[in-house]
Design a binder for this molecule. Structure first.
Ligand code: HPA
Length: 268
């Protein structure tokens, strides 16, 4: 596994003129538009990259963009891998391992989710303050001790300083933020009404099918994480979840998320 990670990083370095990204960004459903507006130096489709899975979900483009955001060197993943697509947790999190080898010092993650906090509205941006993992843990198996400890601490999983900075920037820009706990389930079904109630009862504010594996692996390697979730539907309402709605709401809220990410990246 470590060998594959290193080989893939080596391949990417060779293809990107030794571009050393400072920040990794993962763009979720409907949020890929940000990637199109990065001043790109290099772009690699996932299918060109050895040992990378290929994203199968509509609305996910499937490429890595190496470029600059407000002068900072970034690598953005336009499209991610989900457990429900049939990949192993090692495959889902492989890109984060590779980004760490390329040199990232921060990971910014984004996703679309169903709000279960009844004060949330469709289109809200929720800063992820913590998560509850209801998927298999991606660190199950032999520990890659060169990268991190067997029993990683998960306090401050979503970096408190970065959250405080987001609050300041959002106030300056007039962006409304919600804050909450993201519950990561496997999908691909949206939750039943009883499951949304259960997620709420155990302390969740939003339900999704991604992000948690990547964040666990980033924290295993001590990379500070900042995460934002776009609330694309309200789980406890009577309306059915729908992937097209999720994509549309993602695109709309993505404009605000992009502004927040850009200003945060500039401030690092
Ligand atoms: N549940 C799970 N994942 C989601 C949802 C949801 O309601 N909305 C967007 N992604």
């Amino acid at each position: 596994m470590l060998e594959e990670i290193k080989q893939t990083a080596e391949f990417i370095r060779a293809r990107t003129g030794d571009f050393r990204p400072e920040v990794g960004i993962i763009l979720g459903t409907g949020l890929g538009g940000f990637g199109d507006r990065i001043e790109a130096n290099y772009t690699l489709d996932y299918h060109e990259i050895p040992d990378f899975p290929v994203s199968t979900v509509e609305g996910h483009k499937g490429r890595m963009i190496f470029g600059r955001v407000k002068g900072r060197r970034v690598v953005a993943m336009q499209g991610r891998f989900h457990y429900y697509e049939g990949y192993t947790m090692q495959q889902v999190t492989f890109p984060v391992r590779v980004m760490q080898q390329l040199g990232i010092g921060y990971l910014f993650v984004s996703n679309a989710s169903g709000g279960i906090n009844t004060s949330f509205r469709v289109g809200d941006l929720m800063v992820i303050t913590d998560h509850i993992n209801l998927m298999p843990n991606p660190l199950i198996g032999p520990n890659l001790s060169e990268l991190g400890p067997r029993f990683p601490d998960m306090h401050n999983c979503y970096d408190r300083e970065l959250i405080a900075r987001a609050t300041e920037i959002a106030e300056e820009e007039g962006i409304k933020l919600q804050y909450g706990v993201y519950v990561g389930g496997t999908g691909p079904t949206f939750e039943t009404q009883a499951e949304y109630r259960y997620f709420k009862a155990i302390g969740g504010d939003a339900a999704g099918m991604s992000t948690v594996p990547e964040v666990i692996v980033a924290r295993h390697m001590s990379i500070p994480v900042f995460g934002v979730s776009v609330i694309t539907n309200c789980g406890l309402s009577d309306e059915a979840g729908d992937h097209e709605d999720v994509q549309r709401q993602g695109r709309k809220a993505g404009v605000r998320m992009e502004l927040l990410f850009k200003r945060m990246i500039k401030s690092l």
